[in-house]
Design a protein around this ligand. Structure first.
Ligand SMILES: Nc1ncnc2c1ncn2[C@@H]1O[C@H](COP(=O)(O)OP(=O)(O)O)[C@@H](O)[C@H]1O
Ligand SMILES: [Mg+2]
Length: 258
């Protein structure tokens, strides 16, 4: 069966000075899937995502997003269009403290000159979509809990109706209950908006929500497969890695050294 790929990374090579981060990196992301990317700290997972959205240009190779070859683009406006179709959820939050929730969520529409009267109903819809009471629209970020702020950050990303939602370690530092809540929110958002979701995670709970898991190792995708069967993987490296994960990221040797 022919798959419809929304992202294709083909033979990417990227080095910073003498340090090679990506080499022969190939990854095809199926439109509509929820993909989790795992790998040790410093393997280049964030660099992979940044190459995917054009924040970092590979030294060689091809990046195709939503049918557009990013590596062949000359016009910055063309690139902007692709960037708009990717919702990069920067640690979820990063809200502006001096703005209300409504102003944060609707920020791009306000920048385009739209009025509060026009924007507020859209903001309220998105707040409901991420499980918040729309009455918080008038509040300031300092009046919200950490979990609420994350939801507001996601609501802001959803305002752009992105085709691809990208999360870079969204649950780092959270307790297990909050981790589960965030994973549930990510999956609900994925299903409700029919987006493609790409998440980098250290938490094995993500396997319960993802469709596929890809593992980055030494600059390449070492493994990609069904999230449900990852626990049965016999490849020693993957086995060791996911067992390490199940004990929590703190116990991982590679994390301790940092
Ligand atoms: N802009 C940059 N300039 C130089 N080195 C970088 C840059 N971004 C990342 N690196 C290096 O690339 C390596 C991979 O980084 P990163 O993708 O952040 O790893 P992780 O898998 O933990 O997300 C690290 O050694 C990091 O120091
Ligand atoms: Mg990272």
């Amino acid at each position: 069966m022919k798959q419809n790929y929304i992202v294709k990374l083909i033979n990417l090579f990227k080095a910073f000075g003498p340090k090679v981060i990506s080499k022969d990196l190939n990854l095809s992301i199926i439109e509509g899937e929820f993909l989790a990317i795992i790998g040790r700290s410093g393997e280049g997972k964030s660099v992979l995502l940044k190459q995917m959205i054009g924040l970092i240009t590979p030294d060689s190779g091809t990046v195709i997003v939503d049918g557009v070859d990013l590596t062949a683009l000359k016009d910055v406006r063309e690139h902007d269009k692709v960037f708009q179709s990717c919702g990069y959820v920067f640690q979820f939050a990063a809200l502006l403290d001096s703005l209300t929730v409504a102003e944060n969520v609707g920020i791009t529409l306000f920048e385009e000159g739209k009025s509060l009267k026009e924007v507020l109903p859209l903001v309220r819809d998105k707040l409901v979509a991420v499980g918040l009471d729309p009455a918080i629209a008038n509040r300031y970020p300092s009046e919200l809990s950490g979990g609420m702020k994350k939801r507001v950050g996601l609501a802001r990303t959803l305002m752009r109706s992105p085709k691809i939602l990208i999360y870079d370690e969204p649950t780092t530092g959270l307790d297990p209950i909050s981790v589960r809540m965030i994973h549930e929110l990510m999956r609900t958002t994925h299903d409700a908006n029919k987006t493609t979701t790409v998440v980098i995670s250290h938490d094995p709970d993500v396997f319960n929500y993802a469709d596929r898991v890809a593992m980055l190792h030494e600059g390449r995708i070492l493994y990609i497969g069904d999230a449900k069967t990852i626990w049965q993987e016999t490849n020693p490296y993957i086995y060791q890695f996911i067992r390490g994960l199940s004990e929590g990221p703190i116990t991982m040797a590679s994390e301790k050294v940092k």
